[in-house]
Design a binder for this molecule. Sequence first.
Ligand SMILES: *[C@@H]1O[C@H](CO)[C@@H](O)[C@H](O)[C@H]1NC(C)=O
Ligand SMILES: *[C@@H]1O[C@H](CO)[C@@H](O)[C@H](O)[C@H]1NC(C)=O
Ligand SMILES: *[C@@H]1O[C@H](CO)[C@@H](O)[C@H](O)[C@H]1NC(C)=O
Ligand SMILES: *[C@@H]1O[C@H](CO)[C@@H](O)[C@H](O)[C@H]1NC(C)=O
Ligand SMILES: *[C@@H]1O[C@H](CO)[C@@H](O)[C@H](O)[C@H]1NC(C)=O
Ligand SMILES: *[C@@H]1O[C@H](CO)[C@@H](O)[C@H](O)[C@H]1NC(C)=O
Length: 261
Amino acid sequence: MVRKIIRSLTASQLLLLVLSLPQGRTSSVLTVNGRTEDYILDTYYGIQASLECAVQNHTRDEELLWYREAGRVDLKNGNKINTSSVCVSPINESDNGVSFTCKLQRDQTVSITVVLNVTFPPLLSGNGFQTVEEGSDVRLVCNVKSNPQAQMLWYRNNSALVLEKGRHQIQQTRESFQLSITRVKKSDNGTYNCIASSSLKTETMDFHLVVKDKVPVMPIEPIIAACVVVFLTLAFALLSRRERIMKLCVKESGRNSETAL
Ligand SMILES: *[C@@H]1O[C@H](CO)[C@@H](O)[C@H](O)[C@H]1NC(C)=O
Ligand SMILES: *[C@@H]1O[C@H](CO)[C@@H](O)[C@H](O)[C@H]1NC(C)=O
Ligand SMILES: *[C@@H]1O[C@H](CO)[C@@H](O)[C@H](O)[C@H]1NC(C)=O
Ligand SMILES: *[C@@H]1O[C@H](CO)[C@@H](O)[C@H](O)[C@H]1NC(C)=O
Ligand SMILES: *[C@@H]1O[C@H](CO)[C@@H](O)[C@H](O)[C@H]1NC(C)=O
Ligand SMILES: *[C@@H]1O[C@H](CO)[C@@H](O)[C@H](O)[C@H]1NC(C)=O
């Protein structure tokens, strides 16, 4: 008796459970490259990655959608129903961390997301030529992108830069490696090397720093006074020579017309 009640209860509960499940979700399941859950795809820059999304256990045509981050990927006809592939070729460093999501058009809560983890060697960039006046401050900024992260070093003359306390400062952010020099000296002139080493490769970028002489700051009033004196002297000299110059001009033009004839 008691057993019968329990049995009938569990049976009806089971039926209720099955009925309450949304039909679409139970009958259709997605896979991407054979996997049924979100995952991280480890890949290398320069190669090609293809992702194939497929519907499993479906009973009719199922349309699939692909998204790159939030943007819909334009799929060709014949690459939408039941299975759909996208291809990233060649993969480059800007694809690192980018997500690709395959969704069931009929029920977009059914989806699988793949995030690319792109391994690439260090890429360095920055302003390789800088000129600074002696006594002022300068900052060499070496921009770096790398996966895995690179060890960063500043070199000078092929050996590690000896940091002068209070004058040299090194700052590192996720995407840059900076060397600040305050009160630049003549001896700071030279080539600095930004060195990035990852397990894949060691990259170097040269930063040329030219230290030019300090332009002496001159007192302005004596300069103006000197200019006025020079100007007046020239004006008087010209005035007194005017007649001679004019004569010379007349002579010259006369001679010129002679030769022209
Ligand atoms: C889909 O079908 C396979 C056999 O064809 C079965 O093993 C699997 O459990 C089914 N998946 C779902 C979610 O119904
Ligand atoms: C999609 O799958 C369904 C169910 O297996 C099948 O009936 C249909 O022909 C397939 N459509 C295409 C375009 O392959
Ligand atoms: C990487 O790929 C993107 C898009 O495919 C492209 O816009 C970018 O220029 C590429 N970058 C390099 C360094 O090739
Ligand atoms: C991504 O790839 C890098 C370099 O190969 C690796 O060190 C890192 O563990 C990977 N990260 C994840 C989350 O898989
Ligand atoms: C770097 O090398 C040059 C030439 O070999 C030398 O004149 C200069 O003094 C060196 N600078 C430093 C900081 O060692
Ligand atoms: C200053 O450094 C630059 C860049 O390395 C170099 O070309 C130049 O010869 C150096 N000048 C002096 C005076 O050392």
